[in-house]
Design a protein around this ligand. Structure first.
Ligand SMILES: [Zn+2]
Length: 94
């Protein structure tokens, strides 16, 4: 007998293609978000470390107290005046 029951119709292959595309895009999305998470985890501490090295410590030009802050401008935590950082030293902002 020369029957051919396994012959696919165009609709079946179309549905199969949609399933395959959905599966592939789900895999790509999960891989992409996984890579994004890994990059965030790796680069997060590095970025905060870079920011931490840009903090300066010295005497407040307004009140003379020992303060530390981030460039380019920060506020003295004692006298609440603004301090600008230029050439590794503190300057008043009037
Ligand atoms: Zn001050």
């Amino acid at each position: 007998m020369a029957g051919n029951p396994a012959k696919k119709t165009p609709v079946q292959s179309f549905i199969k293609g949609i399933f395959a595309a959905t599966f592939l895009s789900a895999v790509f999305l999960s891989v992409g978000s996984f890579l994004l998470a890994v990059i965030t985890i790796v680069l997060g501490p590095v970025a905060s470390l870079t920011l931490a090295t840009q903090s300066y410590r010295g005497l407040c030009p307004h009140c003379g107290n020992d303060v530390c802050g981030h460039a380019p401008v920060f506020q003295c935590h004692l006298c609440k005046n603004k301090i600008s950082v230029r050439d590794n030293s503190f300057h008043r902002i009037v």
